[in-house]
Design a protein around this ligand. Structure first.
Ligand code: FES
Ligand SMILES: [Fe+2]
Length: 431
């Protein structure tokens, strides 16, 4: 039995390898919910999901249900979705409009800032009952960056600015692609669950090693993956002469600290897009920001990114992916298409459609990964082999001046090791 001491946790991670127990041990999962999800900054949602007063969106931080709701004064609140009477979840739908939130069980009513404003059969309340003591609790800390709402369930800890650090650039990169400089996550959601540990998905979003093999069914005879984006003339070449293509191998990954990371596109995706729909979008962007700036914005810089521990923002076929741990071997993933505000409808429709093909529960790409996660979770039931290897490129990283971050080949496992460094930092520190 794990006792959560610094010493015990520290033995699970070694340079270049981690114990199978970090994926399979229910006690470790419980400790992750307290020490990692219980205090790190977590992505909650995007302001565009709740454009009007009373609009709400419900989700979970770790396993704890919360409500993101817009109050009358236009502020965004994140409240615990837990009635202060006997504990029922107050809002049960994923989204909607509820300027007054009414609990199903005994009818207590809360304002959109959480204040308790109605208690049926009030004469039954004790003489000193004060409604001010019974509002829905706000999460201790909430911060927003370009519409991305983050919260921490802990009152103290690293500041949001320090936590997000260099990852702001990835959010900027995407938001700047919108002619109005704003993103909207209001085009529905793809939801899938897999029987595997949450970290398998977190590790995978920056794993360029698996693509030619795990997604072999999406690669043509000449080693090229299908074209992904509107206007792409061709996809990326990922295999040549039965091995990983040189072009694919020159991609880089960046270890941005706190578990964050991103992978670059390099020249793979440069200058190969052209179609009437794409051109109309380029023109709309250039009309707002000027041609030179538009060219700079549209230069593909990042393929995928991870803001540890629960959100991935993809720059290639744009979307936001939220990873929710449910049990040690069960994970839910929500994939939100992104609309570029101010862009022509046709390019937004093309981006949304593309996600059906790549990352929906019935897509060509995501299903491969879900199968891999399932097989890893199964394979790790073998107790006689303790270690999972994450040593690719160990010691081979260099230092990138621009980002001031360690940089390795995207086919290496530098960023996974970075994730486990952050994991240890959270997990070793007693709450
Ligand atoms: S549990 Fe919500 S009103 Fe009783
Ligand atoms: Fe994949």
């Amino acid at each position: 039995m794990l006792n959560g001491t610094l010493d015990t946790i520290g033995r699970l991670i070694e340079p270049g390898r981690v114990s199978r127990r970090v994926y399979t041990d229910p006690d470790i999962f419980e400790l992750e919910m307290q020490r990692l999800f219980g205090r790190s900054w977590l992505f909650v949602g995007h302001e565009s999901q709740i454009p009007n007063p009373g609009d709400y969106f419900t989700t979970e931080l770790g396993r704890q249900p919360v409500i993101m709701i817009r109050h009358r004064d236009n502020s965004v609140r994140v409240l615990l979705n837990r009635c202060t009477h006997r504990g029922a979840k107050v809002l049960n739908e994923r989204s909607g409009n509820a300027p007054r939130m009414s609990c199903l069980y005994h009818g207590w009513v809360f304002d959109s800032d959480g204040k308790l404003i109605g208690v049926p059969v009030a004469e039954g309340c004790s003489a000193n009952f004060d409604t001010n003591d019974f509002g829905l609790a706000p999460v201790p800390r909430i911060e927003t960056y370009r519409g991305f709402v983050f919260a921490s369930l802990a009152a103290k800890g690293i500041s949001f600015d320090d936590h997000l650090g260099g990852m702001k650039a990835n959010i900027d990169d995407l938001a700047d692609r919108a002619p109005d400089g704003k993103l909207a996550l209001d085009a529905g959601v793809h939801r899938y669950m897999f029987h595997g540990n949450w970290k398998l998905q977190v590790e995978n979003v920056l794993d360029s090693y698996h693509v030619p093999f795990g997604h072999a069914s999406t690669v043509s005879k000449d080693g090229t993956q299908f074209a992904r984006r509107e206007g792409d003339e061709r996809g990326a070449k990922v295999i040549e002469k039965d091995r990983t293509a040189a072009d694919w191998k020159i991609r880089r990954s960046y270890d941005m600290g706190h578990g964050h990371g991103w992978t670059s596109n390099t020249k793979l995706d440069d200058d190969k897009r052209s179609s009437p729909v794409y051109e109309a979008y380029v023109n709309a962007l250039a009309a707002k920001v000027g041609e030179a700036r538009a060219n700079d914005i549209l230069k593909p810089k990042f393929h995928n990114s991870l803001i540890y521990p629960n959100v991935s923002i993809m720059g290639l076929n744009i979307h936001v992916r939220v990873i929710k741990p449910i049990a040690v071997d069960l994970t839910e993933v929500n994939v939100y298409p992104i609309r570029l505000v101010g862009a022509p409808e046709a390019i937004n429709a093309a981006n949304i459609r593309l996600l059906n093909v790549t990352h929906s529960a019935a897509s060509f790409v995501q299903t491969d990964d879900a199968e891999s996660f399932f097989r890893v979770q199964k394979g790790l039931q073998s107790q006689l082999t303790e270690w999972v290897d994450i040593s690719r490129g160990l010691g081979a990283e260099d230092h990138d001046q621009d980002t001031n971050a360690p940089r390795g080949k995207a086919t290496d496992e530098l960023v996974v090791r970075g994730q486990y460094r952050a994991w240890l930092d959270y997990m070793r520190e007693a709450a």
